[in-house]
Design a protein around this ligand. Structure first.
Ligand SMILES: [Mg+2]
Length: 390
């Protein structure tokens, strides 16, 4: 009934729009991101003597001849130009005196769980939206009323996270998830970045930033926009859907809204853990005869392409590749292989999947279904600060 009373006071669409704007802009969302997470766990939890030292998490560099890529880098090691995702051999060349530590994923998961637990205590309704192992969103619209300001609350969260997990984190505060995430990257480590609730403040905050600052805008989109002469979010803010359509197609509306800091997604708790595996399978319209090897390989290639994309989008690399084969008689086998270096490379996943298929396939039976799964993840800690792109 109260809702009906409210509706009766709305006599035109303009008032309705005003009320909706008011409702959506009055939220407070925090994006909390652990600083150099894996490296910080090594420094502050596992090996305190490594505090203030350049630490590089990854495979053994073998004096510059090791294979594989860097998973995480302490801020001290970043000063030497080492970045996550870089070949470990290159990292060694940049800073041979860095301490190279192999990744201890179980330990990182434990630290992550503790971190999420702390956030739960500050979140409205205890809702935490986990974005990856080391970052999450919480809504604090209600909780913030117990504090002098959102910044005071953010300081308190940083303090409790440090006390309970020993780890540093940075926080972005804004009226929605998109803007909060951009804000966090502005000031690291142990930073707090605040963006107010007015439309003007949000637009002004985003305007000077490069388009890649937006979560969801990758290198490909950045290149496409650059070719059209668009470098900053401010340029997009001034465009219309019609202007943007030839460049971005169906993603135009999404990009236009995000560039203007419009994001009305509600904050939904997505459970305590990130995914454990990614899989695809194909059931064939007709059973594939054993001699149709090309068709089998082509299907594997298609699945690996999609899996690699998903891994890359989620900043994950996998060490275990599994192939599932279901024969025409419904008998099913699954065989796995664990590789030395975690990967998100399509070609590597494909080569290994084909290898498993050809090693274990019964060459006299037709196949009804093929599946590929990757698991045993290592999460790449990619957290470029916005300033790296300016
Ligand atoms: Mg982080």
């Amino acid at each position: 009934m109260r809702f009906n009373a409210l509706l009766s006071t709305i006599n035109d669409n303009k008032t309705l729009a005003f009320i909706i704007m008011g409702l959506t802009l009055s939220r407070w969302i925090m994006h909390i991101d652990m600083d150099a997470f894996f490296a910080s766990v090594e420094q502050f939890r596992n090996h305190p003597h490594l505090i203030d030292k350049p630490v590089c998490v990854g495979p053994d560099p073998k004096k510059g001849h090791g294979r594989g890529v860097v998973s995480a880098v302490s801020y001290e090691a970043r000063a030497f130009g080492i970045r996550s995702g870089m070949p470990i051999s290159k990292a060694y060349k940049l800073c041979p005196e860095a301490v190279f530590v192999s990744a201890d994923f179980q330990n990182y998961v434990k630290a992550s769980d503790e971190f999420m637990q702390v956030l739960r205590g500050f979140a409205d309704g205890g809702r935490v939206r986990r974005a990856s192992i080391d970052e999450a969103y919480i809504e604090v619209t209600t909780h913030v009323k117990n504090y002098e300001s959102p910044i005071k609350l953010a300081k308190k969260i940083q303090k409790v996270v440090k006390e309970k997990t020993a780890l540093p984190c940075s926080i972005g505060i804004a009226p929605n998830m998109t803007v909060a995430k951009v804000a966090t990257g502005m000031n690291k480590p142990m930073g707090i970045t605040f963006v107010g609730q007015s439309r003007e403040e949000i637009m002004n905050f985003l305007a000077p930033l490069p388009v890649i600052a937006l979560n969801g805008v990758g290198i490909k989109t950045t290149d496409r926009l650059r070719r059209a002469g668009i470098e900053t979010l401010g340029q997009i803010q001034k465009m219309t859907i019609v202007d943007l359509w030839p460049i971005m197609g169906r993603a135009s509306k999404w990009l236009l809204n995000r560039a203007r800091g419009i994001d009305e997604r509600p904050l939904i708790d997505n459970g305590p853990r990130v995914r454990k595996s990614i899989s695809k399978d194909i059931t064939f319209m007709q059973d594939i005869r054993p001699e149709q090897i090309n068709l089998l390989h082509h299907s594997i290639a298609k699945m690996c392409h999609r899996i690699a994309k998903k891994l890359q989008n989620n900043h994950l690399q996998a060490k275990t590749i599994t192939v599932k084969i279901r024969y025409a008689d419904y008998s099913t086998i699954q065989r796995s292989k664990t590789i030395n270096c975690a990967t998100h490379n399509r070609e590597t996943i494909y080569q290994n999947a084909v290898d498993i298929l050809e090693t274990h396939r019964n060459p006299s039976l037709p196949i009804r279904l093929l599946g590929v799964r990757v698991s045993n993840f290592v999460e790449l800690e990619i957290q470029p600060t916005i300033f790296e792109f300016i």
